[in-house]
Design a protein around this ligand. Structure first.
Ligand code: SF4
Length: 357
C-alpha cells in the first residue's frame, strides 16, 4: 500500500480520502519530502509569497457566541464597534506603508444587514480605490442576507457593486458533528458550500481555511479536505488553503489539549498532496509561530499570507504571533527560498522586496 501510494504521489496523481488518511501514519520527514515534491510540481520556481495587508475586525458583537471563539464580546473582550472614521484611519495607515489588501471581518452583529456591510466597503473603496477588499466570510454573508431578507445572489450583487473583490473562505472545521457542538448558530457545511457556489456565480474568488484540533478524528480532518477539494473542483475559486490549529485560551473549550507542531506539519503536508487543485498552501504563522511556519515551507507550503496588522481574533486567545515584512523576508530567505511580495490575487508585485529594507 505505502509503495503504491508513494508511486502515485510522485507521479503527480490524485489520491483518495483513504490514502490521505494513511499519510498521517507516515514518518514526518518522508511525508514532508513527498509534499515538497508535489509543491515543486505546481511551483517549480522556488518562490514564497507574502502580502502587506491589514485585518480590521470592525466589531466583536456577535449573536453566534461560538464556544471555540475568544473574540466575541461575551468571551474575553469587552464589546466594541469601530466607526467608519476609525476604519478609514486604519486603512490609511496600511496604505501609507504600501499595503494592498484590507480584510474587514467582524462578529454577526444583530443589527447589521447587507446595507451596513456594503456601506463599509463603499467608504473604504471611495477613499482608497487601490486597496483590494478581501473581506467578510460565508457566515457574515449568510447573516447579512438573512437580516436584509435577501437571497445570497442579491446580497453578493450589492457587495460586489460596493467594492468587494474577494471573500475569505473562513471555513473553521467543515464537519457538522463538531460544528453543532462548537458553533451551532453558525452556518452548516452545506451552507458553506452553497456560499462558495454563489461566490463562483458572481466571479468572486475565495480561499479555504481549516481550524483543526477541536476534538475531531483524523478521518474527520480528511473529510474537511474532501469538502474543500470537491468545492474547488466545482467552482475553481479557492486561491489558497490555510490550516491552523485551534487555540483554547479564553474560550469555552479550555480542556482541549492544543495540537502539536508535528500535527500541524502533517496537516500542511497532507493538504498539499490531497488538494491537488489548490495552488497556494499558506504557512499559518499567526497560530503556529514564525519558526514552525518556516519549517512548513519545506513540507508543502508556498505562501506566508499577510502581515495581518492588528488581527484581534487569534490574539484574543492569548496566542498569536506578530510579524513584519522584514521578518518574513529573512525567514523565507533563511529557508532557502525566494521571497516575493504579492497582491490580493497572488500576482507578484515585487520580486526583490528586500531592497526596501
Ligand atoms: S467565531 Fe465568528 S461567528 Fe463565532 S462567535 Fe466568534 S466572531 Fe462570532
Amino acid at each position: 500500500m505505502t509503495a503504491a501510494l508513494k508511486k502515485k504521489i510522485f507521479a503527480g496523481k490524485r489520491i483518495t480520502p483513504a490514502e490521505a488518511l494513511s499519510l498521517f501514519s507516515w514518518d514526518l520527514l518522508e511525508l514532508g519530502g513527498a509534499a515538497d515534491f508535489r509543491r515543486r510540481l505546481v511551483h517549480p520556481q522556488n518562490t514564497v509569497g507574502f502580502i502587506l495587508d491589514r485585518i480590521i475586525n470592525f466589531t466583536n458583537i456577535c449573536e453566534a457566541c461560538c464556544s471555540f471563539c475568544a473574540f466575541h464580546s461575551r468571551a474575553a473582550l469587552p464589546p466594541y464597534e469601530l466607526s467608519v472614521k476609525e476604519i478609514l484611519h486604519k486603512t490609511g495607515e496600511l496604505a501609507a506603508m504600501g499595503g494592498s489588501q484590507v480584510m474587514l471581518q467582524g462578529g454577526l452583529h444583530p443589527d447589521h444587514g447587507i446595507e451596513h456591510y456594503a456601506g463599509l466597503l463603499k467608504a473604504v473603496k471611495k477613499k482608497y480605490p487601490g486597496i483590494a477588499l478581501h473581506s467578510f466570510s460565508p457566515s457574515e454573508l449568510v447573516h447579512a442576507a438573512k437580516k436584509s431578507r435577501l437571497p445570497l445572489d442579491e446580497a453578493l450583487i450589492r457587495l460586489k457593486a460596493a467594492g468587494l473583490a474577494s471573500m475569505p473562505g473562513a471555513s473553521d472545521l467543515l464537519v457538522d458533528r463538531i460544528r453543532s457542538k462548537v458553533s451551532p448558530r453558525k452556518i452548516t457545511t452545506a451552507q458553506w458550500e452553497e456560499v462558495m457556489r454563489a461566490l463562483a456565480r458572481h466571479g468572486l474568488p475565495s480561499s479555504a481555511t481549516m481550524t483543526y484540533g477541536m476534538g475531531e478524528t483524523l478521518r474527520e480532518r480528511v473529510k474537511h479536505l474532501e469538502v474543500v477539494r470537491r468545492t474547488q473542483d466545482a467552482t475553481g475559486i479557492i486561491r489558497a488553503f490555510i490550516p491552523w490549529s485551534f487555540s483554547p485560551g479564553n474560550t469555552r473549550l479550555p480542556d482541549i489539549v492544543p495540537a502539536t507542531g508535528v500535527d500541524y506539519l502533517k496537516i500542511v503536508a497532507v493538504s498539499r498532496i490531497f488538494l491537488d487543485n489548490v495552488r497556494y498552501i499558506q504557512a499559518g504563522w499567526l497560530t503556529e509561530g514564525l519558526k514552525l511556519a518556516q519549517v512548513a515551507l519545506a513540507m508543502g507550503a508556498n505562501d506566508m499570507g499577510g502581515v495581518l496588522t492588528e488581527e484581534r481574533v487569534v490574539k484574543a486567545t492569548g496566542s498569536g504571533a506578530r510579524a513584519c515584512a522584514e521578518e518574513f523576508i529573512d525567514l523565507i530567505k533563511n529557508a532557502g527560498r525566494a521571497p516575493v511580495l504579492r497582491d490580493s490575487a497572488y500576482r507578484v508585485i515585487d520580486r526583490r522586496p528586500w531592497r526596501k529594507k
